[in-house]
Design a protein around this ligand. Structure first.
Ligand SMILES: Cc1cc2nc3c(=O)[nH]c(=O)nc-3n(C[C@H](O)[C@H](O)[C@H](O)COP(=O)(O)OP(=O)(O)OC[C@H]3O[C@@H](n4cnc5c(N)ncnc54)[C@H](O)[C@@H]3O)c2cc1C
Length: 489
């Protein structure tokens, strides 16, 4: 009966449900409780190291459902976690004892190919959106992995395969619809609630539950993509950074220093030996592709060269469905990679606790860096390199070893490390959240948070603390003294 409620009825305020049965009756969407058969799968997120048991997982069917759940959490004082694709390293898409608002059933996508804009519901993944847009020869740039949710990725900024050509994902965000902490449904763009629109572009899930996002689309069809495997000889990291930095904006790269995988195109004598695995995408004029790639191919004789023309969406198909994995990561931005920094990375890889440890290097710049830092809440656009140490592992008893390896790796890179991408932070404490933002950006975010979420209802995230009390919440410079390896400045 409730499923046929008319739209105008649903826009009226309703009384909050007092029991699970009332809640089920009040919502169009699903409520999954611990006794339900799919509760075990519904409570899980991508990082298998996170094992939490929410009171309920709620899959809303529309923004009225979202508004009701937000009001319920606020009124009852229950912890509220918001989940898109569930890929938060910190496990922010789930909760112990709270409500999980799992947006995964909201997957509507409307593409207007003539205007090159799309309205996407917040439960879509990057791979789902990209496959649909590809039917029109169009794309919006997301990250490197298809199973990541578009909402979580976009709210953090979004660094992906088109970052040098078209900028961050937020540079293609035109508008958003969200439910605020008081349950109000807002449309935000550069003219309506511009402060909120600024904050959403990099400030994470701190300001409300996003239900729809409007993106600009670009013509992206056949690209040159794939993998170049290079020997991990001394100097290779620095020369890779120089070549990727000097490349045309059409070329974006993600390099991984790790043992070479036992793939058919990698000669077997190199399997398991340290290599620089360069994943890349060239989205320019196909006639100029070989010329653009030549400097990378000239860095060393490639152990394998599997770069080929392919449809853009195949960059996501390649990662398939990676499944859940236990992960420890530490990430940072660098302005440069000198001899000392390169040696530190090689030394850390020597100390790697498992063959599934890796160092990822992304050379940024291009369109991302042409937008001023203060234009959006993503305030580290001028950083040249993003460096991430990651350890994937299976045995939960080994968690401390892997956490220590990534933490020590971050320490080894200081003081060259300046800032961090908010989407790449784990459970690392408030000082690291401050590190994700220049100080004035953080202050501006906190002021907007005070306005839209003064009680910090949306706190299961990389949290912007609304309280302006500096004594209670020390400023970034004070907090940073407590960071691993930061010393006292
Ligand atoms: C394998 C892997 C690859 C990745 N690659 C990239 C990459 O190439 N580039 C990049 O920029 N990032 C990348 N990331 C990081 C990723 O962008 C962030 O972890 C992002 O937060 C994940 O979004 P999600 O919706 O999947 O995660 P979730 O865990 O579901 O959500 C993460 C947080 O986002 C917020 N959020 C999600 N949905 C909503 C919503 N509808 N409304 C309000 N808040 C919401 C909430 O605060 C939530 O806690 C990667 C992560 C993984 C695990």
């Amino acid at each position: 009966m409730h499923s046929i409620r008319r739209a105008e009825q649903r826009s009226q305020p309703r009384s909050l449900p007092g029991s699970i049965a009332d809640l089920r009756a009040a919502l169009l969407g699903r409520v999954i409780a611990p006794e339900d058969p799919d509760y075990e799968s519904a409570r899980l997120v991508f990082n298998a190291a996170v094992d939490r048991r929410p009171a309920l997982v709620i899959r809303p069917a529309d923004s009225a459902d979202v508004s009701l759940v937000v009001s319920l959490a606020r009124t009852d004082g229950v912890e509220l976690a918001v989940r898109g694709g569930g890929h938060s390293q910190a496990g922010h898409g789930t909760s112990d004892g709270g409500l999980v608002l799992d947006m995964s059933n909201l997957r509507g996508l409307h593409i207007d190919p003539a205007r090159r804009v799309a309205w996407a519901q917040a439960g879509l993944t990057a791979g789902q959106y990209t496959a649909e847009a590809a039917r029109h020869g169009l794309a919006t740039g997301f990250g490197d992995t298809g199973s990541v949710g578009i909402a979580g990725l976009t709210l953090g900024g979004g660094i992906g395969w088109l970052v040098r050509k078209h900028g961050l994902t937020i540079d293609d965000l035109l508008a958003a619809e969200l439910v605020t902490a008081d349950g109000e449904r807002l449309h935000v763009d550069s003219e309506r609630h511009p402060d909120l629109f600024w904050a959403l572009r990099g400030g994470g899930g701190n300001f409300g539950v996003v239900t729809r996002l409007q993106y600009r689309l670009h013509e992206v069809d056949t690209i040159l993509g794939g993998v170049l495997v290079l020997p991990a000889a001394p100097g290779i990291l620095r020369s890779f950074v120089a070549a990727a930095d000097a490349a045309p904006d059409d070329l974006s790269t993600i390099a991984i220093l790790a043992p070479a995988p036992p793939l058919p195109f990698v000669p077997s004598e190199h399997h398991g030996r340290q290599a620089l695995i360069v994943r890349l995408l060239y989205a320019g004029d196909p006639a100029c592709g070989d010329q653009a790639l030549a400097p990378l191919r000239a860095l060393a004789r490639p152990l394998a060269d599997a770069i080929t023309p392919m449809p853009y969406q195949q960059m996501y198909a390649a990662d398939g469905s990676p499944g859940r994995v236990r992960m420890a990561t530490r990430s940072m931005f660098l302005d440069d990679l000198d001899e000392h920094g390169e040696k530190a990375i090689f030394d850390r890889m020597q100390a790697q606790p498992s063959p599934m440890s890796a160092t990822q290097i992304r050379v940024l710049g291009g369109a991302m860096a042409r937008v001023p830092n203060a234009a959006t809440a993503f305030g580290h656009r001028d950083r040249r390199i993003m460096l991430t140490f990651g350890a994937a592992y299976q045995d939960p008893g080994q968690a401390a070893i892997h956490e220590a390896w990534v933490t020590d790796s971050l320490v080894a890179m200081r003081p060259a490390a300046h800032g961090v991408h908010v989407s790449f932070i784990g459970n690392e404490g408030p000082a690291r959240v401050h590190e994700a933002y220049p100080e004035d950006t953080y202050d501006r975010l906190a002021a907007i948070k005070r306005r839209y979420d003064p009680t910090n209802l949306f706190r299961v995230n990389q949290n912007i603390v609304p309280d302006g009390d500096v004594a209670a919440h020390p400023r970034a410079s004070e907090l940073r003294r407590g960071l691993p390896g930061a010393g006292s400045d």
